[in-house]
Design a protein around this ligand. Structure first.
Ligand code: HEM
Length: 283
């Protein structure tokens, strides 16, 4: 007997819905992994940079062996560094909260104010980062700095569009640009994750140099935001598709993305952030 629930159309609709549910599940898994990684990164930035600046223990800022870091007497350069790293902690705590649907649904005022904070500090981070790199000279090599320079320029573009569409109440376009702004502002975080995941996968460096300008370093300096942005576009595209196979193909992609992020988050937590935080507490 043919009923409304076992016609070919009903079957196709239910398998499309199932595929979309799995896609959503893989995206949510990525957000949960990213939340842990982002808040660990924020804790690292807080202990290594924010706490010493607030308590006046400025030499501690150089514990993580920055490229230039804190230089006694260089008031303007130090101010640029501090205005770069202090917002980084707030960006890592606040940015991921914007992606939680419950916050958008139940606490729209939090979403609005946290969003304004994120976009403003993201812009400040991009401008101060460009200044540190090309004016203060905090770069290990010119070619190795090109990826992050493009990252900084794209942050400005994405922030302007995300803000403009929010003000115009064009929320679909706002969400698309805000997701790209989130990825771009977190480009430096993705870079650390991918680099660590690459080291773990290769059991050490492979195509990397101490100046971070080996072929793999240069590839990752662009891929750290290029790949997540491409995956985000695939998700937007998959949500508009009716064909189940296309949704499943993107679900495989997002699941792989979540897996690499998990690998990178664990490697960065245990190989980078916990050792440096522990060292700071021993001083
Ligand atoms: C807005 C997004 C950004 C965030 C959240 C951010 C965050 C950070 C953090 C946390 C550090 C300290 C690194 C550590 O101890 O491991 C740092 C350092 C640095 N960042 Fe960024 N960054 C951003 C964008 C940029 C951009 C776009 C550039 C360059 C175009 C840049 C250039 C630098 C430089 C040169 C340093 C090292 C300063 C030194 O060693 O003296 N950053 N950034």
């Amino acid at each position: 007997m043919i009923s409304a629930t076992n016609t070919p159309q009903a079957f196709s609709t239910s398998s499309t819905n199932r595929a979309k549910q799995f896609l959503q599940l893989s995206v949510s898994a990525w957000v949960a992994i990213a939340l842990v990684g982002q808040w660990f990164f924020a804790s690292y930035v807080f202990v290594i940079y924010v706490f010493p600046i607030v308590t006046g223990n400025l030499e501690l800022v150089n514990l993580s062996k920055p490229i230039i870091g804190y230089v006694k007497g260089d008031t303007f350069g130090n101010a640029a560094l501090f205005s770069h790293v202090i917002p980084a902690a707030l960006l890592s705590v606040g940015g991921i909260i914007q992606l939680l649907p419950i916050v958008r649904r139940k606490y729209p005022a939090v979403h609005r104010w946290n969003g304004r904070m994120f976009l403003t500090l993201g812009l400040l981070g991009a401008i101060s980062g460009l200044y540190l790199t090309w004016v203060r000279g905090a770069r290990l090599s010119d070619v190795g700095s090109l990826g992050i320079t493009l990252n900084g320029i794209l942050i400005v573009v994405a922030v302007v569009f995300a803000w403009r569409y929010a003000k115009a109440k064009q929320f679909d376009k706002h969400m698309r640009w805000a997701i790209h702004a989130f990825i771009l502002v977190n480009g430096v975080w993705f870079f650390r994750l991918y680099l660590m995941a690459w080291y773990v996968g290769n059991q050490g460096a492979n195509g990397n140099t101490a100046n971070i300008d080996g072929p793999m370093d240069i590839f990752l300096s662009f891929a750290c935001y290029g790949i997540p942005m491409l995956i985000a576009e695939c998700v937007f595209w998959a949500k508009r598709q009716k064909q189940v196979s296309k949704t499943w193909a993107v679900t495989v992609l997002t699941s792989m993305g979540a897996l690499v992020t998990l690998m990178g988050v664990l490697a960065a937590i245990f190989m980078m952030w916990i050792p440096r935080i522990t060292q700071a507490f021993q001083l």
